[in-house]
Design a protein around this ligand. Structure first.
Ligand SMILES: Cc1ncc(COP(=O)(O)O)c(C=O)c1O
Length: 351
């Protein structure tokens, strides 16, 4: 692995990057749950990326995104998400650390209560982000409201830039090439941990939303020449076009790293849409059971919107025998447990 990635490692080092997190994140075996499930279950703790208590996958992306923003002389950054977006909150925190003014356009998928502001939205307010809440209009879909938020954000960015305050536009979830490169680097970090432990990972499970994490992992896996199967559990409805988008993003990451390698959506990507229902930020019993199980066996917390659904997928694969007993299975914990303190309708039956 070392010789394969030496070039890539050098290339990561020349890209502009802000040091925001604490890496490598811990990687270890979950003994209690392994015994219960009959597989060797490991966890990659990206809920511990730092820089604050809440961590999560976005920090890996934001290191490169804000590095790029600084290199381009931006003093403002705008991004998007739902009102309880982990990405939006960690973008605000990262901007604050870098001295960049954060602006958010947040779609009210679950309308917030002004008198009882919770979880990530509360943190956004504490950090005093410039906040724009975009309500979903009657007859409008979530996607249409999001598209409006992108237009409003782009207009605000153009206005600031014209006034002499260059504003960096970060797509939802940080799912750009610059963001995903952070996850390719994360995959190399993970391979180093496997090497050090003398382990081969048969499967990785993780939650996928905007696809930036999935693209970065796929690019990193390619760079390492790994045959680990990555199962990306979706947190909302997706179709084949999503895989094309992720393939494109992964290949642009490889291109940025000057690699001739290519990710092929049919061979290298595997998404499972079987665990998100009824929808984004809408709980289901399998995710609730996954949250309770991990908390009660290992004292660990996952969330109802992302990681709970991904872990429910992992449990189903193991219990149904889709994964052979004794396999080495890694759950890549992408953070997000602030959702446990969000609006009641997001939570589900947790106890
Ligand atoms: C906790 C958590 N897990 C997973 C994801 C999915 O990551 P991505 O948007 O890169 O697909 C997100 C994205 O918002 C998240 O907040």
């Amino acid at each position: 692995m070392e010789h394969v990635t030496r070039e890539a490692r050098k290339l990561f080092e020349v890209l502009p990057r802000e040091q925001l997190g604490f890496f490598p994140t811990p990687f270890y075996r979950l003994d209690n749950l392994s015994a219960e499930l009959g597989v060797n279950l490991y966890i990659k703790r990206d809920d511990f990326t730092g820089m604050n208590l809440f961590g999560g996958n976005k920090i890996r992306k934001l290191e490169f995104l804000l590095g790029d923003a600084r290199a381009k002389g931006c003093d403002h950054a705008v991004t998007y998400g739902a009102t309880q977006s982990n990405h939006a909150m960690e973008t605000v925190a990262s901007c604050r650390k870098c001295g960049i003014k954060p602006i958010l356009y947040l779609t009210a998928v679950v309308p917030p209560d002004d008198k009882d502001v919770r979880a990530n939205l509360l943190l956004d307010k504490i950090m005093d982000a410039e906040l724009h809440i975009v309500d979903i209009r009657p007859g409008e879909t979530e996607e249409e409201a999001e598209a409006r938020s992108f237009e409003m954000g782009a207009a605000r960015a153009a206005e600031l830039t014209a006034a002499g305050h260059p504003c960096y536009d970060i797509p939802m979830g940080g799912a750009s090439v610059m963001g995903s490169v952070g996850f390719a680097r994360g995959y190399l970090e993970f391979e180093d941990q496997l090497d050090a432990a003398g382990l081969h990972a048969d499967y990785i499970f993780h939650a996928t939303g905007t696809g930036g994490t999935m693209a970065g992992l796929a690019a990193g896996r390619k760079l390492c020449g790994s045959d680990t199967k990555i199962i990306s559990v979706t947190v909302s409805r997706k179709d084949e076009s999503y895989l094309h988008k992720v393939e494109d993003l992964a290949n642009n990451v490889l291109k940025l790293l000057n690699s001739p390698l290519k990710v092929d959506w049919q061979k290298d990507l595997c998404m499972d849409t079987g665990y998100y229902a009824p929808g984004y930020e809408q709980p289901n019993e399998a995710a609730s059971e996954a949250i309770r199980l991990l908390a009660r066996t290992e004292g660990l917390f996952i969330d109802p919107v992302y990681t709970g659904k991904a872990f429910a997928g992992l449990l189903d694969y193991v219990r149904s025998g889709k994964i052979p007993a004794g396999s080495n299975v890694v759950f890549w914990h992408t953070g997000g447990a602030t959702a446990l303190f969000a609006e009641q309708s997001i939570l589900g039956e947790l106890y």
